[in-house]
Design a binder for this molecule. Structure first.
Ligand code: TXA
Ligand code: MG
Length: 347
């Protein structure tokens, strides 16, 4: 299969290209499209065969459920048994936006494969004119995971999607780089207590400001404690995830340089990448650019999130042997999602 990329103005997508994408989606084919977080790989969520093709294209384990993208609250409500007042407050506050809400799914609406047999469904309204126009014009809910090979780094550009899925899907809508850079927060509202299943661009504090206390199950609390994540109940939260090809190690920032220098000393042919959080007092290390590629990372969590996958994709092209990352501060909740992704990339 030939994969086409159609370049679009994100604010004013070309109607002919959009028609083509809508036609493909409605006929059961896959279309990759930009969202404000990362690129998604979309299929008609009402069509079990189309959804099955997502799992095949990504090499995704069949037990990992998909997020269903909808155009608005009313479309979300149709897919669940009970649209709770918490869901309503959060949706009004954060949608369109990077918050995914898990609720008990309505019987008979979605094929089981979308939710991997789970009695719940994950829903979100993406904050991207292209994604919204696509869902609206197709007039269907769109199941879409990140448009990458399972467990590898999620795509923030159409080229990243091409690298992973070329020949496996007919169309990629290219709306330029995704602004958010990491995935949505997944919040489970199907139980007694709201619980974050995946930290993301919307923080626990922002959610709590709207609905009050939200729990952070122990399987993701590792991010605060800097220990290896435990095996996880949700398969989408597998330990090794979001990973580049080269092994990645996160270290306290005052240890990274010494570690790199001693490694380079032992093995001068190693090619090393260093994602450095800049501090003014560090002299440049005495290594050639063949040995060490330094990437200066932003010092604020939002800017860091916007860049991290992009940089990891770039470093994948550089065929490095090892990547070291300065750990972002562990005591600041605003860094939670970024630390989560780095820890999983490091497994
Ligand atoms: O930002 C995002 O969320 C992107 C864009 C494309 O929307 N999508 C994304 O999808 O990251 P994916 O499939 O890569 O991650 C979805 C996460 C997985 O961790 C999955 O296990 C979880 O959501 N999930 C989906 N449905 C669920 C459900 N019913 N219950 C619990 N977790 C669910
Ligand atoms: Mg993913």
């Amino acid at each position: 299969m030939q994969t086409r990329i159609l370049r679009l103005d994100p604010q004013n997508p070309d109607p002919v290209a959009m028609d083509e994408a809508v036609r493909l989606l409605r006929s059961g084919q896959l279309v990759a499209f930009p969202t404000e977080t990362v690129y998604g790989l979309g299929a008609n969520a009402l069509d079990a065969t189309a959804v099955a093709a997502i799992y095949t294209a990504k090499g995704r384990p069949s037990h990992n459920p998909l997020i269903v993208h909808v155009a608005d609250i009313s479309q979300a409500r149709e897919l669940v048994t009970h649209w709770s007042s918490q869901a309503d407050m959060l949706a009004r506050h954060f949608w369109p936006g990077p918050l995914t809400i898990v609720l008990v799914r309505a019987p008979g609406k979605l094929p089981d494969i979308v939710t991997a047999g789970s009695p719940t469904v994950a829903l979100r309204v993406p904050d991207s004119p292209i994604a919204l126009a696509l869902i609206q014009a197709a007039d269907i809910p769109v199941a879409a995971p990140s448009a990458n090979t399972s467990n590898l780094t999620s795509p923030t550009r159409a080229e990243h999607v091409m690298k992973h899925l070329q020949g496996r899907i007919p169309l990629i809508l290219d709306g330029g780089p995704a602004k958010g850079g990491i995935e949505s927060t997944v919040l489970d509202l199907s139980g007694i207590q709201p619980a974050i299943l995946r930290p993301g661009l919307i923080s626990r504090e922002e959610i709590e400001a709207v609905i009050g206390p939200v729990s952070m199950p122990s399987h993701i609390a590792h991010v605060e404690n800097d220990v290896t994540p435990a095996p996880l109940p949700s398969p989408g939260l597998m330990r090794r995830h979001y990973a580049p090809h080269a092994p990645l190690t996160m270290l306290p920032s005052d240890q990274t340089l010494d570690t790199i220098l001693s490694l380079a000393d032992k093995n001068p042919t190693q090619r090393i990448g260093w994602l450095r959080i800049q501090t003014n007092d560090r002299p440049p290390p005495p290594l050639s650019t063949d040995q060490l590629i330094i990437v200066e990372m932003p010092t604020t969590p939002r800017a860091y999130a916007a860049k991290i996958y992009d940089i990891l994709h770039e470093l994948d092209q550089a065929n490095l042997d090892q990547i070291f990352v300065d750990a972002p501060p562990s005591d600041d909740p605003a860094w939670h999602a970024v630390r989560d992704r780095l820890l999983r990339a490091a497994q």
